[in-house]
Write a protein that binds this ligand. Structure first.
Ligand code: HAM
Length: 440
């Protein structure tokens, strides 16, 4: 049996790196006042159709939808619609004017698998409800750049655009349709279809014929209403004040229909990810809460593909899974080893006890393979003399320690010199917050 195409097993050798990036993300979001929301992996199919848009690739082609006991349900292709549904369902707006939520978890899209593109993939993301100010947009983008720098993504590139709110968007969509209609025959088949269903999507087509047809076409920024323009100008002013570098990309439209005003993407690691280099995508979706039956509450959010972050990040997995490896020789020693193992773990020490009754040579080979800092050897003689032999596997030294002193001995040695990159504390991720990205 094999895993389903496009869905991957993440074994502990890899998942330790995942945990480091996840905890760096958690730490970033908690320092921004965000709390974790956990929504179901399945939602009513109608939620995604309504929120994401009927003519998007995600809804048209990529959703894992099925009917279960007469109920049409879908494995979530993204996290925003579910978060917005939960916000409305729990009437969160009654409890607080601004709500900040983050999430991490699996998403499902039936895309063609490639490097950095999977059918089950993981996102870390966040949504902020209730703050319409462009400062909220700027702060989110800036925090993302900090986070990416913290996990060692080299020079991430930020691209921003505004597609205006409802009215602007409608006017521009019509203008775009008019401008492209005479060139219809020159467009790719996909874009010819989109000219009818969703002309904005033509803007981010990579097809050379479409790129040529788009030359000289008016940009959405020429169509912004006064309010939309003020929001856009202030967003850039705030980003400038923060010193966050960005590029304006008037062709940025993104693949989901719920956006209005600010859109952004962060790309990077082009050498590793190639064309699929979008690490983070996000934007404003001020109309969604209302369209789901809630009040008029503005919203903005983003999501990043965890696999892509990991491909781009220099964060390293902890070197070892345990601090102490206990090697008992014989049954009496095994009973004693189990007690000692439990005592060490209660004191916060990571410890493996090997009860295979293997030879000392095999046990030490295993201790070295685990990159344990110490091996504790327990034979019948040690048990009767109430001592243990502690081998420092890095320094190649051996010390006899009284059985009653072992836990204290290991604890104080660990406090003296935690293994590099193995600390459980700090940012939990083995990376220093803002270390590489301090700005004035
Ligand atoms: P999205 O652009 O569809 O936006 O996805 C965000 C990120 O998820 C992408 O930039 C990419 O890193 C990752 N991603 C998407 N599809 C795949 C895939 N098949 N395999 C691996 N990674 C993938 C959203 O999902 C929006 N919900 C973001 C948002 C939140 N906007 C507002 N709030």
């Amino acid at each position: 049996m094999r895993a389903v195409k496009g869905m991957n097993d993440i074994l502990p050798g890899e998942s330790r790196r995942w945990q480091r990036v996840e905890s760096a993300f958690r730490s970033t979001m908690e320092r921004l006042g965000y709390g974790e929301v956990r929504t179901p992996y399945v939602e009513p199919t109608g939620l995604f159709v309504r929120a994401i848009g009927e003519t998007t690739d995600v809804v048209e082609k990529e959703m894992y939808s099925f009917v279960f006991h007469d109920e049409p349900i879908t494995l979530r292709p993204e996290g925003t619609a579910g978060a917005a549904r939960a916000y409305v369902e729990h009437r969160v707006h009654n409890d607080e004017p601004v709500t900040r939520w983050f999430y991490m978890g699996a998403m499902f899209r039936g895309e063609r698998p490639a490097k950095g593109r999977y059918r089950q993939f993981y996102q870390v993301g966040a949504e902020c409800f209730g703050d319409a100010g462009p400062g909220c947009d700027a702060e989110m983008i800036d925090a993302l750049v900090m986070f990416l720098t913290d996990i060692g993504v080299a020079s991430p590139d930020v691209f921003i655009n505004s597609i205006g709110s409802g009215q602007t968007r409608a006017l521009y969509t019509e203008a775009l349709r008019k401008a492209l209609e005479p060139k219809k025959e020159a467009l790719s088949p996909d874009s010819q279809r989109r000219l009818l269903t969703n002309p904005l999507r033509i803007l981010d087509s990579k097809h050379p014929a479409d790129r040529a047809a788009l030359e000289g076409i008016p940009t959405v920024l020429d169509f912004l209403s006064d309010d939309d323009r003020a929001h856009w100008d202030n967003l850039r002013r705030h980003l400038d004040a923060l010193g966050t570098p960005y590029q304006v990309d008037p062709h940025l439209v993104r693949g989901l229909d719920y956006y209005g005003r600010t859109l952004f993407e962060i790309k990077g690691a082009y050498d590793i990810l190639g064309a699929g280099s979008t690490l983070v995508g996000g934007g404003r979706y001020d109309g969604m809460i209302r369209s789901l039956g809630g009040p008029d509450v503005p919203a903005i959010g983003f999501a990043a593909g965890l696999e892509r972050l990991l491909l781009a990040s220099t964060v390293e997995a902890p070197q070892s899974a345990v601090d102490v490896f206990i090697a008992p020789l014989g049954d009496t020693a095994t009973a004693e080893a189990l007690v000692l193992g439990r005592q060490l773990r209660r004191a916060g020490v990571r410890c493996e006890v090997d009860t295979r009754n293997a030879s000392l040579k095999a046990l030490l080979r295993r201790a070295n393979a685990l990159r344990s800092t110490w091996a504790i050897i327990l034979g019948d003689r040690e048990v009767s003399e109430q001592v243990v032999e502690i081998k420092d596997l890095g320094r190649h030294t051996q010390t006899k320690v009284a059985r009653a002193e072992v836990v204290g001995y290991i604890q104080s040695r660990l406090a003296e010199a935690p293994a590099p990159g193995d600390g459980a504390g700090g940012l939990d991720a083995g990376v220093a917050p803002g270390a590489a990205a301090e700005k004035p």
